[in-house]
Design a binder for this molecule. Structure first.
Ligand SMILES: [Zn+2]
Length: 311
């Protein structure tokens, strides 16, 4: 991956240097892009305009330039109250339950016994690991944020590696299932991370991911910024670096030896905080689901299940 680092931010209100990096396309290596969206976001106590671009060669959408310290707010952020973490976890429980059901179904379809070893990359608070263990999986997680890694390990008494995913040493072909919920959009090099996850999988093993899709973020961007002149983030480009579509994800998966078995629009996101928010998200999900059924196009946040087809 080509990375060029400099100290010149795109613009405004910076009192101290913030490092930015320009990168080539992570899927095809090209650097010919067109503007896709722009949003003004606060990063710690400063405000910047973030540019999201689309590769003219392969269609991958990504933030460019991007903050070198792009996960700083997450990695160094304060802790949430335990009650808040549990509230989020309760809201996510049905999503995790559905995902585990789908993983076991895909294992059966591949002729494997459901269960086995499961690695959750970016395990956060560890609630998915806890649920997977209750379903019979032998689990472990990777989590770069110290506070979340400690919470997961202490709450669920599971092994959690606190490090960057590409620095963790685990046995190749050591896992029946690898999951990465809401991770791939955050990492600096998704190709390398996907490839490494594939290396950790046994042949025929299942990889499951969820990530925000490029078309869905664009729809949110148009509605929030162009129509409503809102300051709410759509792409969340302080932390979100890549936005795959069904097409670009399938291309990358194929390059690392993964075959997409199933791809679907996810149910309503869990981190809602109000009845109005819940209603808006439920309506948007139903609308997207309708579009998905009628047009066979996937516009929402995507949940993908893959099979390892080659080393
Ligand atoms: Zn490209």
């Amino acid at each position: 991956m080509t990375v060029e680092i400099c100290e010149k931010p795109p613009r405004i209100k910076s009192r101290a240097p913030v490092l930015w990096e320009w990168v080539n396309c992570n899927l095809c290596g090209g650097n010919d892009t067109e503007p896709y969206h722009q949003e003004r976001l606060t990063y710690f106590d400063r405000e910047f305009d973030f540019r999201i671009v689309r590769c003219l060669q392969c269609g991958l959408v990504y933030t460019n330039p991007r903050l070198v310290d792009h996960n700083g707010t997450y990695l160094r952020g304060g802790s949430e109250a335990p009650g808040e973490i549990e509230r989020h976890a309760q809201a996510k429980a049905p999503i995790f339950k559905r995902a585990l059901k789908e993983i076991r179904k895909q294992q059966k379809r591949q002729g494997h016994a459901p269960g086995g070893t499961l690695l959750d990359v970016g395990c956060g608070s560890g609630h998915f690991l806890g649920q997977a263990r209750r379903c019979g999986f032998e689990v472990c997680g990777i989590e770069p944020a110290e506070i979340w890694a400690a919470y997961a390990a202490e709450t669920f008494q599971v092994p959690v590696y606190r490090d960057d995913v590409l620095k963790v040493q685990l046995p190749f072909e050591g896992f029946d299932v690898v999951t990465a919920w809401d991770v791939i959009e955050h990492v600096a090099d998704p190709y390398a991370v996907l490839r490494r996850c594939g290396q950790w999988l046994r042949p025929g093993g299942i990889m499951a991911l969820r990530f925000p899709s490029a078309p869905w973020q664009k729809i949110k961007g148009v509605v929030l910024h162009d129509w409503l002149s809102s300051r709410w983030p759509a792409f969340g480009a302080t932390m979100h670096l890549y936005f795959f579509s069904k097409h670009t994800f399938e291309l990358m998966a194929r390059r690392v030896g993964l075959e997409v078995l199933r791809l679907r629009t996810t149910s309503t996101e869990a981190n809602t905080r109000s009845l109005l928010g819940d209603c808006a998200k439920a309506i948007s999900h139903l609308t997207l689901r309708g579009v998905e059924i009628l047009s066979r196009r996937h516009l929402g946040n995507l949940e993908v299940y893959c099979r390892k087809v080659r080393p």
